[in-house]
Write a protein that binds this ligand. Structure first.
Ligand code: ATP
Ligand code: MG
Length: 359
């Protein structure tokens, strides 16, 4: 089976409102898929249909090889779900909740006991196994929810914003768990607004907006597409700027170089295509700063008294960081630290969803 999930014009209408609109999407078996989109885009609604908690009003989908309309019971056996809002029984204990879940899937007693022990230890919630769920904190409830979703060893695990409200340590435990499960062959569908989390974990990403799929690729692929698309617009704009500068200043003068550089910088910034670099030089002097400033790939430089130079540079130029290092080393500078801040998947998300809105 190549795809864990395939949707065919999957649609959900609430009255006249199209929450999910003829969605066609393929999610590879044994991959980690990130499902992104602004609030109200249709992620939870899609997941509810794929997990047979809600019926589509149109189209269909295959999940773990079964049709959600024709074989919902078979689908349910193959999947686990950590819902956006924790759905546990508050008046039952942690252990009772998890056992109830295992019984729902008809797990044999021995296997059930072993599995529950294993999972409770894994997410570190065993210490609270006899507590009532309503007495737990949000993060503790989330852990119980994860255990309950995994007890029957599902092929496909759906996680709808699972790390919301988790402390940084618990978040990492869950990320490790997701990676581990994936390595063991489980397919993971992860809804998240945390771009760092998505970039860290996901093989592929789908961005849904107003019920339709706005983008689908690897995280890196999405970023590359965005860069390519912007390149053409930028070239056209740049041509106009160069013409204007040539008319106003004879080419070759220092002022025209500065104007051109300033114009390019404005354009790059407008497109969000700059990255920040910070370099610390123990014997920093003005000559080094001037030479950095003169580099065509560096747009704006600010110097700090502590020997730190912070600059905005062309995000795509592969030699930009090298160029800066050379400028310092040629002047016998001692570099003590370097850091850069790269563009993120968040830029793609904002861009893709804003574009859809404009259209
Ligand atoms: N039961 C319902 N009845 C009517 N409208 C609904 C219902 N459930 C969801 N919707 C609407 O469908 C749209 C999609 O909602 P959904 O919960 O799928 O969004 P989401 O992408 O999961 O958002 P979030 O990131 O906020 O969780 C929203 O506009 C929502 O108001
Ligand atoms: Mg949701």
């Amino acid at each position: 089976m190549k795809y864990a999930i395939e949707t065919f014009d999957l649609t959900k209408k609430f009255g006249d409102f199209l929450a999910v609109d003829t969605l066609n999407m393929k999610i590879e078996n044994k991959s980690i898929f990130g499902f992104l989109g602004p609030n109200g885009a249709g992620k939870t609604t899609t997941i509810k249909m794929l997990t047979c908690l809600a019926q589509p009003t149109g189209g269909s989908a295959n999940v773990a090889g079964y049709d959600i309309n024709e074989s919902p019971n078979e689908v349910r056996q193959k999947i686990g779900m950590v819902p956006q809002l924790v759905s546990l029984y508050g008046d039952l204990t942690v252990r009772e909740n998890v056992e109830l879940c295992a019984d729902f899937y008809g797990m044999p007693r021995d296997l059930k006991e072993v599995r529950i022990e294993e999972l409770m230890e894994l997410v570190d919630i065993k210490y609270a196994q006899n507590k009532l769920v309503r007495q737990l904190s949000g993060g503790q409830k989330q852990k119980v929810s994860v255990v309950a979703s995994l007890v029957h060893q599902p092929d496909i695990l759906f996680l709808d914003e699972p790390t919301i409200g988790l402390d940084p340590t618990t978040k990492r435990v869950l990320w490790d768990l997701i990676t581990d499960l994936n390595e063991k062959g489980h397919t993971i569908i992860l809804c998240s607004h945390d771009m760092y989390e998505v970039e860290l974990l996901c093989d592929n990403v789908g961005i849904i907006n107003q019920g339709t799929l706005a983008a689908f690729d690897t995280p890196q692929g999405l970023k590359d597409t965005m860069i390519r698309e912007e390149e053409d617009t930028k070239k056209a704009k740049l041509g106009t700027i160069i013409d204007k500068i040539e008319q106003e200043n004879p080419i070759g003068q220092e002022s025209s170089f500065k104007d051109l550089k300033g114009a390019v910088a404005d354009l790059e910034r407008e497109n969000g295509k700059t990255k920040q670099m910070s370099i610390m030089v123990s014997n920093l002097n003005d000559k080094m700063v001037d030479e950095i400033q003169m580099l065509p790939v560096v747009f704006e430089v600010s110097k700090h008294h502590s020997g730190r130079v912070i600059m905005e540079m062309d995000e795509k130029c592969k030699t930009a960081v090298n160029d800066v290092i050379w400028a310092v080393m040629e002047n016998n500078g001692n570099i003590t630290s370097i850091s850069t801040k790269d563009p993120s998947l968040e830029d793609v998300f904002v861009k893709v969803t804003a574009k859809e809105k404009e259209e």
